[in-house]
Write a protein that binds this ligand. Structure first.
Ligand SMILES: Nc1ncnc2c1ncn2[C@@H]1O[C@H](COP(=O)(O)OP(=O)(O)OP(=O)(O)O)[C@@H](O)[C@H]1O
Ligand SMILES: [Mg+2]
Length: 235
């Protein structure tokens, strides 16, 4: 049924054992994200936002509970199916960028298109176009070390969206940007969302979340303590 959620978690848990004690980074989280929603995840530092995103993106394995994508448990997929899920359907902007240090900005973005054998010329065209759109036309040959934090963040976003994923998981995609750039980036995400992209964005910027997201999920000590619709942008 088309009203079925794209992502659903059922009592999702991720615990870290530290000697005798246990950190409940994600603790019995049950939530749903509908297709074509723009959801923001907020909460104080250490509340489990990045851990939750990594689980949803198939980069980490739950300690308990389940994640369903399109009604199919992620846990039931083979390693190969999981890497296909990550490569084709999901775009991820990591909080710490995770750019390849010895690649240029352009090569970092092109690399996201290697999975489906896009011809080199086409990879170049698509990657340059998206970097241009993100205001990095004159930074394409820079390596990450020769880019500012905000520029690296935009390269990381370009890499995540160049392959036209179905779901974008963005962990603080504006964490290193000034107010103007932050707004521009989130407006771009809202644009992509209007053309069908499902967005899950972690942010500390409540104003941006309230302006652009349709729903805000608040985490506290690994749990979802609030999950409420907001106005979202005027359509
Ligand atoms: N590998 C690990 N081993 C042990 N504890 C961990 C590990 N990774 C994360 N944690 C703990 O899990 C909790 C949640 O971490 P997480 O990175 O998900 O928080 P966050 O909400 O993303 O915080 P921030 O806003 O600072 O990015 C934190 O208390 C953290 O210390
Ligand atoms: Mg985090």
């Amino acid at each position: 049924m088309s009203s079925d959620p794209l992502i659903r978690t059922i009592n999702l848990c991720r615990y870290y054992r530290r000697g005798q004690s246990e950190v409940r980074a994600v603790d019995t989280v049950s939530l749903a994200v509908n297709r074509n929603e723009f959801v923001s995840v907020v909460g104080s530092s250490g509340s489990g936002k990045s851990t939750l995103l990594n689980l949803l993106a198939g980069l980490d394995t739950p300690s308990g509970g389940e994640i369903e994508i399109d009604g199919t448990p992620l846990g039931s997929r083979s390693r190969r199916e999981l890497s296909t899920y990550r490569a084709r359907r999901v775009g991820i902007v990591f909080q710490s960028f995770n750019l390849i240090a010895h690649y240029t900005a352009l090569q970092n973005v092109e690399a996201a298109l290697l999975f489906n054998h896009t011809p080199p010329r086409e990879r170049h065209r698509l990657a340059s176009a998206i970097l241009d759109r993100l205001g990095l036309a004159d930074r394409m040959t820079h390596r990450p070390a020769d880019l500012s934090g905000g520029e690296q963040q935009r390269v990381a976003l370009a890499r995540a969206i160049v392959k036209h994923p179905e779901i974008l998981f963005a962990d603080e995609p504006t964490g290193n940007l000034d107010e103007d750039n932050s707004r521009q980036i989130v407006e771009l995400l809202a644009d992509l969302n209007r053309s069908g992209l499902t967005v899950v964005m972690v942010t500390h910027n409540l104003d941006l979340a309230r302006t652009y997201a349709q729903r805000i999920i608040r985490m506290h000590y690994g749990r979802v303590v609030d999950d409420a619709l907001v106005g979202g942008p005027a359509q």
